[in-house]
Design a protein around this ligand. Structure first.
Ligand code: PBG
Length: 358
């Protein structure tokens, strides 16, 4: 009789099944031990490690965020996000085309408008910078690249909040929803395949779905930033998007408390019930438990947002020679895949695509 390891009571769940790597399997008894069982056998060569890898990072997983700035005549580097620029419409289209030829399936657009006002009207202006960029990308690239648009008001409001304010400076939920619907229609009319509401207003997904259906935009999908935390890791993004919250305020009255994970599942359930097509968890690394729980709970695609602060920390330490930034970036991204992400929004998308393409 063979002395090889035997596994009894193995449940039917396949190793490749979504979320399988992240859940414990009760009832497994492994009978073999050293020396018949040597884990290092399957680690001996690059080829065998490749053969047994449980998770892979692919160009197909990547979504590249792009900032498009209305008053720029040349791309403007973002000091706190090395390698990231505020694009002109023209350079954004060039970059989208480059990403498409690298095999990156999607971009996620953010606008940096020339003028801001109290209600963020630039967000739904048909000639607003994101709408112009969407239209140009669609004309240049057809359906070869998925065009996603972040849907929020904070880049467009003079107070920097994600919604309209009442007299005391609180963000008004329901009044904001109508503005979001206007933004969704403007983005859809300009050619967005996916709108990605990131404002964390209650009821936003259902409100957008209804507005899109009513306008005949049945095919525009919603990627819901369902579990979006009030994180200090968004700092460099706010430089890139020229966002300052009035009076040194924060978003804790609408974004989630980092202490809570169960609450994220309720957010996800509500967004799915309201018609979300895909779900996002954001940020990624400090919330891998949330990502893993969401992956196990839902049957729709799950995205992780590898946010600006996560990217910037790796770049900064790499510049100092303290870490190998490319290797750490790759390790972080595979960690997100292992936790259950089907796709990752990352500022490293272009570099990683080049690396993966060899
Ligand atoms: C809001 C929005 C933010 C990010 C994406 N969408 C900022 C915020 O909530 O303050 C952050 C992304 C990042 O840090 O990379 N429109």
């Amino acid at each position: 009789m063979s002395k090889r390891s035997t596994v009894v009571n193995a449940p039917a769940r396949a190793v490749g099944e979504p979320g399988a790597a992240a859940v414990a399997r009760p009832g497994w008894t492994v009978t073999a031990s050293f020396p018949s069982r040597r884990m290092r056998r399957l680690r001996r060569s690059p080829a065998i490690r490749r053969l047994v890898a449980e998770t892979r990072l692919s160009v197909d997983d990547l979504v590249a965020p792009l900032f498009v700035r209305e008053d720029a005549s040349d791309p403007v580097p973002v000091g706190t996000l090395p390698g990231v620029v505020q694009h002109t419409v023209r350079s954004a289209v060039e970059e989208a085309s480059r990403l498409q030829s690298l095999g990156v399936p999607a971009v996620l657009l953010f606008g940096v408008p020339k003028h801001k006002d109290a209600v963020g009207s630039g967000a739904w202006d048909p000639d607003g910078v994101v709408q112009v960029a969407l239209d140009s990308m669609r004309q240049r690239l057809g359906d070869s690249l998925v065009l996603m648009a972040d849907l929020c008001l904070d880049e467009y409001t003079d107070h920097g909040h994600c919604g309209l304010l009442d007299g005391s400076g609180s963000v008004r939920n329901d009044a904001t929803l109508d503005r979001y619907a206007q933004v969704a229609l403007a983005q859809a009319n300009a050619g967005a395949d996916v709108v990605a509401p990131s404002g964390m207003m209650d009821g936003q997904v259902g409100h957008l779905r209804a507005a899109l259906e009513e306008a005949g935009q049945h095919d525009v999908a919603i990627l819901a930033y369902s579990a979006k935390y009030a994180s200090a890791l968004y700092g460099p993004f706010r430089d890139a998007a020229n966002v300052r919250i009035a009076g040194g305020g924060d978003r804790r009255s609408y974004q989630q408390d980092p202490a809570n994970a169960t609450e994220a599942l309720e957010e996800v359930r509500l967004d799915l019930a309201e018609g979300a097509d895909m779900i996002m968890v954001k940020p990624a690394l400090a919330y891998l438990d949330v990502l893993s729980a969401v992956r196990a709970a839902v049957d729709v695609p799950v995205a992780a947002y590898h946010v600006s602060g996560e990217y910037a920390m790796v770049k900064a330490a790499g510049e100092r020679g303290w870490i190998d930034a490319d290797a750490v970036m790759a390790e972080h991204l595979i960690g997100m895949k292992r936790a259950g992400a089907d796709m990752i929004c990352t500022y490293a998308a272009g570099d990683v695509a080049e690396m993966l393409n060899g």
